[in-house]
Ligand binder design. Structure first.
Ligand SMILES: *Cc1c(COP(=O)(O)O)cnc(C)c1O
Length: 367
């Protein structure tokens, strides 16, 4: 049996008829940039995230950058974020000219270690950028309390957590601003690049709306130096069709995860993902840990099972960040995870036979 890490084709097939009609309608209207479909999807996505405003942008990276810019964060400012994430999180901070200050992760949830916030605080700190990693939200209550106490903004990196909840609150509705990515492999993925900023604050929404479109609300009137970062109508049309299925697809991911957990509990030295109390996990990834990670990955590959590592090189050890003075040993939990974590295949249409086959292969490795 061959089990791919992710099968985007099956999702595309499920929505093909509806998506094709919506794409054809966009072409018919030649309504390509910030058109009616973008507005419609923004409205639907805001409703889904239980906020009042959603602003479509060009990517997840841009969504974080524009959120930082909406607060006027730039050179001389520091932003606290998690050491274990895709590089885009820290890169967004660097690209507005501010300095990312990393904190280690909690080994149970893989999200930002809130006990480490205090040591990362300085007179220059302007914001906290927690990452809802692998489909589970960061521990937001202590983060919000710390932010309130120290007068900091909170921006959620929700790129891996469309639909997740923390104590009843949806990802994207907890911080002052939140950033989503619609990269094809995310829980809600486009047929290309795309992103979204969500907020309950009308003024912040207006700021992001202006910045994404050349600093302009009224055509050819430019009130500030903005950017070109717009969601296009074809992507919005596809995303709008997919949004109707997101809750069902997330439930299917949970079904796959629960079967993995039931079947792999107690096998070898495997550490399985933990849905923390009060947090509704949407299993963007199913990440396990073992001291024999590389051997397990090769074993699975030989059996036709594709697995990936998220992420093999921590941000603080990337060549691009050599100038920051970060060194090995700075974030021990993140570093240990980089050597031990493995993401097993997970996607909504993954059938029971495939899940059971992966479990058999994993168990076979540990006997
Ligand atoms: C995917 C991702 C991003 C960046 O999204 P793009 O759309 O690829 O720019 C940012 N943060 C995290 C945690 C991500 O997984």
């Amino acid at each position: 049996m061959k089990v791919p890490f992710l099968d985007l084709g099956l999702m595309a097939k499920e929505i093909a008829e509806e998506a094709d009609a919506r794409i054809a309608a966009v072409i018919d209207k030649t309504d390509f940039i910030l058109g009616g479909d973008v507005e419609l999807f923004e409205t639907h996505f805001a409703e889904y995230c239980e906020v009042s405003h959603a602003i479509g942008v060009a990517s997840g990276l841009d969504a974080i950058k524009l959120a930082l810019r909406a607060f006027g964060i730039g050179p001389g400012d520091e932003v606290i974020t998690a050491a274990n994430s895709f590089i885009a999180t820290a890169l967004a901070v660097s690209s507005v000219g501010a300095t990312p200050v990393l904190v280690d992760i909690d080994p149970d949830s893989y999200t930002l270690e809130t006990a480490a916030l205090n040591a990362a605080l300085s007179g220059k700190t302007r914001a906290i950028l927690p990452v809802h990693l692998y489909g589970q939200m960061a521990d937001m209550d202590p983060i919000l309390a710390f932010a309130e106490e120290n007068n900091l903004h909170v921006i959620e990196d929700s790129a891996q957590a469309h639909g997740a909840r923390y104590r009843g609150r949806r990802a994207g509705s907890v911080g002052s601003l939140a950033a989503f990515s619609f990269y094809p492999g995310k829980n809600l993925g486009a047929y290309g690049d795309g992103g979204m900023v969500t907020t309950k604050d009308a003024n912040l929404a207006e700021r992001v709306r202006t910045l994404r479109n050349y600093g302009s609300i009224e055509k050819y009137h430019h009130d500030e130096l903005g950017e070109n970062s717009r969601l296009d109508s074809i992507q919005a049309a596809v995303l709008d069709v997919k949004l109707d299925r997101l809750d069902g697809w997330n439930a299917d991911r949970r079904r796959v995860a629960e079967r993995y957990i039931e079947s792999l509990d107690g096998v070898g030295d495997l550490i399985l993902p933990r849905a923390m109390p009060g947090r509704e996990h949407v299993y963007h990834l199913f990440v396990v840990r073992t001291a024999r990670r590389d051997e397990l990955q090769s074993h699975l590959a030989r059996q036709g099972v594709q697995s990936l590592i998220h992420y093999p090189i921590p941000i603080h050890l990337q060549k691009a960040y050599a100038g920051m003075g970060w060194k090995r040993g700075d974030y021990p939990v993140t570093e240990e995870c980089a050597e031990q974590i493995l993401s097993l295949p997970i996607y909504p249409m993954m059938d029971t036979a495939a899940v059971d086959y992966v479990c058999d292969c994993v168990r076979g490795f540990f006997v």
